[in-house]
Design a protein around this ligand. Structure first.
Ligand SMILES: [Ca+2]
Ligand SMILES: [Ca+2]
Length: 206
């Protein structure tokens, strides 16, 4: 029984010119295609992918890839917005961050990446933007009864919705720059006008 194989010159020349890794000429498929060569390429690709996957996994394990930012939001005493130190226990008020005094054990509240370009380098939860947009204050300076923005936008208005004056404060329209809608009761009846209606001198009791 006679079999007829293609005997095109091109097939023979292509197969015969293919080299194996050893530098020897590779086997030739009876039909003129290099099946062994194709499988070898598939195997090489699979091994390369495995090596790449292992390298990525190792990189993650060693922390070489960028890590997700640490969430340092916390609630400081008096329900102030705070910054959580590396010990994951100490919570300092927002305004203690970048005040040039180390309050966390390892000084992480004063590190360059936080303080290098204030307020942009700070996490957003530490910052309150005043209504004039050119000024900012720390988040714990919002609703603390003091006029930190200069225009009282950190104490009054719908944007902040601060609670009424606490028991240590007297509600009035202050005449002094440093207060917005409350004055400390210790200033009542001290002989100096602090409220526009003089209620601090004639109504309020310290
Ligand atoms: Ca500090
Ligand atoms: Ca304030």
């Amino acid at each position: 029984m006679n079999k007829t194989h293609p005997q095109r010159n091109g097939d023979v020349a292509t197969c015969g010119s293919t080299k194996s890794f050893s530098g020897k000429k590779g086997p030739c498929h009876p039909c003129g295609t290099c099946t062994g060569c194709t499988w070898r390429r598939v195997c090489i690709s699979a091994v390369a992918l495995l090596i790449l996957g292992a390298a990525v996994g190792l990189g993650v394990a060693l922390g070489l890839l960028p890590r997700a930012p640490v969430n340092r939001f916390c609630t400081a005493p008096n329900n102030q917005t705070g910054f959580l130190c590396d010990d994951r226990v100490t919570c300092i008020p927002a305004s203690w961050v970048c005040d040039r005094a180390s309050n966390c054990r390892n000084g992480e509240d004063e590190q360059e990446k936080l303080c290098g370009d204030l307020p942009h380098s700070l996490p957003g939860y530490l910052v309150f933007l005043c209504s004039n947009l050119r000024s900012w204050v720390y988040a714990d300076q919002r609703c603390n009864e003091l006029n930190d923005c200069g225009d009282c936008s950190d104490e009054t208005g719908s944007l902040v919705s601060c609670p009424p004056c606490g028991w240590e404060w007297w509600s009035c329209t202050p005449v002094h720059y440093e207060y917005c809608s409350c004055i400390p009761r210790r200033l009542c009846r001290d002989g100096i006008q602090h409220c526009l209606d003089w209620s601090d001198e004639y109504v309020c009791r310290p």
